[in-house]
Structures are given as structure tokens and as C-alpha cells.
Design a protein around this ligand. Sequence first.
Ligand SMILES: O=C(O)CCc1cccc(O)c1O
Ligand SMILES: [Fe+2]
Length: 318
Amino acid sequence: MSVYLQCLSHTPLVGHVDPAPEVLAEVDAVVREARQRIARFAPELVILFSPDHYNGFFYDLMPSFCIGMAAHAIGDYGTAAGPLDVPRELAEACAAAVLEAGVDVAVSYRMQVDHGFAQPLELLLGGLECCPVIPVFVNAVAAPLPSFQRARLLGEAIGRFTRGLDRRVLLLASGGLSHQPPVPELAKVDARMAERLLGGGRNLPADERAARQQRVIDAARAFVEDPHSLHPLNPEWDQAFLDLLVGGRVAELDRLSNADLSRLAGRSTHEVKTWVAAFAALSACGPYRAEARYYRPIPEWIAGFGALSARPVGQADA
Ligand SMILES: O=C(O)CCc1cccc(O)c1O
Ligand SMILES: [Fe+2]
């Protein structure tokens, strides 16, 4: 088998609150080049690590990790809606292998996913059903959260599973880097919002969906005016995180507590655990070489926005 890795920040604010044209063009080029590398690699299977934002996973039953045996994107913020092409038997084999390896992942035969999954599939592969994909949810917003170490062990177990496949496997991770958009916290919200977080927020009616999105859009506009209206982005932390991935030192993150990460870089920065899982999966396939590193803090998108690719040492350019 051969393997390629692409990590990319997501943001549903694209097209809603956009940065200067030069910045947009720069990000477009980053995404276009990633899409071209992926097209040359011609993946036969995608394993996509992504968080959720209280669209598919709620506090009525919140797993740390969940592998989808079938999945459907809800189409929030104008991202693609509809089914993903999940190869069910392969997803079942993947879940069985991960459980066998000692990581107690949940499974879903009706997984709902949001922009976290839909955006990278659209941008990097051209749509939700362009390539068979095993979706892997990583809880990055609903405290208590899994640790960096567990995200790494999940990734390693999935990497060992993919190593045994006779296919070209693309590892994708979606989310991060430092950021803290206004995502509600169960401990702090009123009874009405708590009911949403407990599961009442599933399949929101159109007007409530629009109001929810507008709150995030308004917060982005305010953040551009005042970088202290939300937890500030942390480019220094983001670059140090990228350094660790490039240097093959992802296990060093085991020492970073969830509370410290939230304090340093914002509560949604836990989305970077998708990157950790993807890099851990790649590292289970041998030594790797990172390439195409990109980073820019983009307040309009409430995102420390980054991209990073990697392939095994000795695996030829696709
Ligand atoms: O809709 C939401 O609840 C959050 C949306 C959102 C905003 C900025 C960066 C993100 O990564 C993100 O997911
Ligand atoms: Fe997100």
C-alpha cells in the first residue's frame, strides 16, 4: 500500500466573512496545490479525521472517537449536503482493528457530519462522494475531551490497519489551529441552549439554523475589529505545533493537558487532535517527510489557518 497525508484547517466563514483578496488568493493556491498532489496520488480510500460542532454529536451520548459505517453531511453554512461514500465493510474492519488494538472507539451506522467533514472533501476531492471515505470523528468541543495521547493512539491503530490494505490511502485531517469561535459550553449556558446540546439541536429548523450561523458570522466581524472580543489566535503556538509534526515529535504533545491547550490557544484548538491522529497514522507506516507547510492567522475566519502534507520517506512523488 501507499499512503499520503494532508492536514488542512477548516472554516465555515469562507464566503461569509472573507480576508483581503491577496490572502484569499494565497489560500486558494494552497488548496489548489494540495488538490493537485492528491489527484496525482489518486487515492482509492480516504480516512478523514474531523471534529463536529454540535451538529451530529450531542451530550445525550458523546463518544471521544467514532468511526462512521455510513454518514451524511447536513450542509451547514452552504457546504455540501448528502451522503458520503463510506465503504461499509472496510469501515467495520477498521473499527474492529482499532478496538483490537485497545482503543475503545464508538461506531455509528447513521453518522451526521457538518462542515468539518464536508469542507475538506469538497475542497480537496471535489465532493462528498468522489472517493470512498471512512469518517473518523474526534470530539474537540464537548468537555470532557480525549487527551492528545489518546488521539495519537487512535491514529496509530488506524495507521496499522491501513498498512495491511493493498490500496492507496489518503489520510486527511480537518480543523484547527488556534481559535475559539463562539461554541456553547454546557456548564455555562441557559436551559434552552443546554437542551440543544443534549440533542435537541439535531436537525435544527431553517430559521434557527440561520440564527445560529449568523451569531458566528457576527462574532467573526467583531473579531476583525477587536482581536480581544474572542480568545486571541496564537501564531507562536501554531508554528511550534507544526514544528513538532514536521519533526516527527507528535508524542511530545502527550504532556500537554487539555486545560493548558485551551488557555494557550483557545478552546477549539483541540481540533488539532485530528492532525495528531493523522500524523500518528502515517508514522505507523514508517518514517515520513513533511512538505507544503502553510500558516497564516486569519481573524476573518476565526482561524489560525494552516496546511501540512506528508508522505513516507522513500515513497516517490505522486
Ligand atoms: O459553527 C460553529 O459552531 C463553529 C464554526 C467555526 C468557526 C471558525 C472556525 C471553525 O473551525 C469552526 O468550526
Ligand atoms: Fe471547527
